[in-house]
Design a protein around this ligand. Sequence first.
Ligand SMILES: [Zn+2]
Length: 241
Amino acid sequence: MPRFFISFFIMLICAHTSHAQFRVIIDPGHGGSDLGATRDSFVESKIVLSIANKLKHELESENVEVILTRDNDLHLSLQQRVQLANEKKADLFLSLHANWSGSTQVSGFEFYFASHQKKSQLANESHLAKPAEIIEKIKSDLTLLGRQKLSLDFSLQAQQQIADQKSVIRRAPFYVIENTTMPAVLIEVGFISNRREAKKLASPEYQSEIASLLAKSVLSYKQKSTPLKEKSDKKLSLNEK
Ligand SMILES: [Zn+2]
């Protein structure tokens, strides 16, 4: 895929999310009766809410606009989370979770972004009759690719920030990252099934540490993507004249 095309469609994504301030949606997973993963007194929905609030605070002090999908112990459907993010035309969507494994030894971060494998069947255009439909299909595939590239960019920035901890980057068809229309990453901040890590995750100090690492990742991602956003904003305002 020529780099030019990917850049062009990344610009289109930036144009889609056009507003002055960099806007991040932070989505603390689960909530209300849906506790997520639990072990002893450690509860995923509470841990990720607390990290999300700290991350919001850190980012707002750096002039980033932050919207939380929930700011208390509330139950939200996956559809409601996606709808909010899409309506607000965020520049970045981060869903926070804590992990569970059958093995009590597994630990570390995981970053997931969408695979879009069903939506994007690059080679399969033979069923489309009209040339215009084929072009639309190509455009939509390239937009998905651009979004995937930006989601990977964020994950790599975050991985760099937590270089002293175990982390992996993967693609998966999770609803909130498949259906949001902006770069989106689901972050598993550690394993509740690992007693040592669960204890750490529940401590306000470690939660602040995670929030600050993620804030740094957002800021360096923002710095990298801002020139593209400015370029597309300029193009939009020219088109509006
Ligand atoms: Zn979860």
